[in-house]
Design a protein around this ligand. Structure first.
Ligand SMILES: Cc1cc2nc3c(=O)[nH]c(=O)nc-3n(C[C@H](O)[C@H](O)[C@H](O)COP(=O)(O)O)c2cc1C
Length: 200
């Protein structure tokens, strides 16, 4: 079949794109609101885009025209955020933090998670997450009803035992992040990995 994105309804464009551009990593983003409440939410329109400087980007769609999601609004105000990465053991709690809570309530408290102080930004990380990147906003682009938040990574927390400190090589049997698959609710395991050496 052919799919004409120019005439497709926006909701259907989402279903097609989000189901076919898979598996996607998931940024589990913590921010703080002006009252100091920690906000957490997952975003699978996410990746890293370069290492010099080290940049990450994720894309919160607006709640309604011109009205950003809390994560994007908090980042506009504080210019800081943390991208936590969930592994399989945390996947259900990660998805639960996508619920919309009444103003002033933290998704971390509601899902039994705890925050831990970051090293260089004021926004805390999720203590249970195996990986957390402390970021400062570099820019937020507004493209239609999408916001593309681009951040520079300043500091990372990695659970002990994942990296060999000599070689900086990951032990891929110990880091099992969860991936996003077809819309709306499919995920994948990353526990079965294999190697393909690059051509010389
Ligand atoms: C696994 C997963 C991935 C998601 N990815 C995105 C995304 O890339 N962009 C987006 O706008 N919403 C995404 N959502 C929905 C947001 O997490 C949800 O709207 C959340 O309530 C936003 O929280 P906030 O208003 O506190 O920022 C995703 C939800 C889940 C469960």
């Amino acid at each position: 079949m052919e799919i004409d994105f120019d005439t497709l309804a926006p909701g259907d464009r989402y279903k097609v794109l989000a189901s076919l551009v898979t598996p996607r990593p998931i940024a589990w983003v913590t921010t703080i609101d002006p009252g100091g409440i920690v906000n957490a939410a997952p975003f699978s329109f996410f990746n890293c885009f370069g290492s010099n400087p080290p940049i990450l980007a994720f894309a919160p769609g607006n709640k309604e025209p011109g009205l950003p999601k809390d994560t994007a609004r908090n980042i506009r105000q504080s210019r800081e955020f943390v991208v936590n990465i969930a592994d399989e053991a945390l996947a259900e709690q990660m998805v639960a933090t996508s619920a919309t809570l009444p103003h002033g309530e933290s998704e971390l408290d509601a899902t039994g998670l705890t925050s831990a102080a970051s090293s260089v930004v004021k926004v805390p990380r999720i203590a249970e997450a195996p990986v957390a990147f402390e970021c400062r906003e570099w820019a937020t682009l507004e493209i239609g009803s999408n916001r593309l938040v681009i951040g520079v990574v300043h500091h990372a927390h990695v659970r002990d035992g994942l990296f060999d400190p000599e070689t900086m090589r990951l032990d891929h049997t110990k880091f099992i992040p969860v991936g996003r698959m077809a819309a709306p609710d499919w995920y994948c395991r990353t526990s079965e990995q294999y190697e393909i050496p690059k051509p010389a």
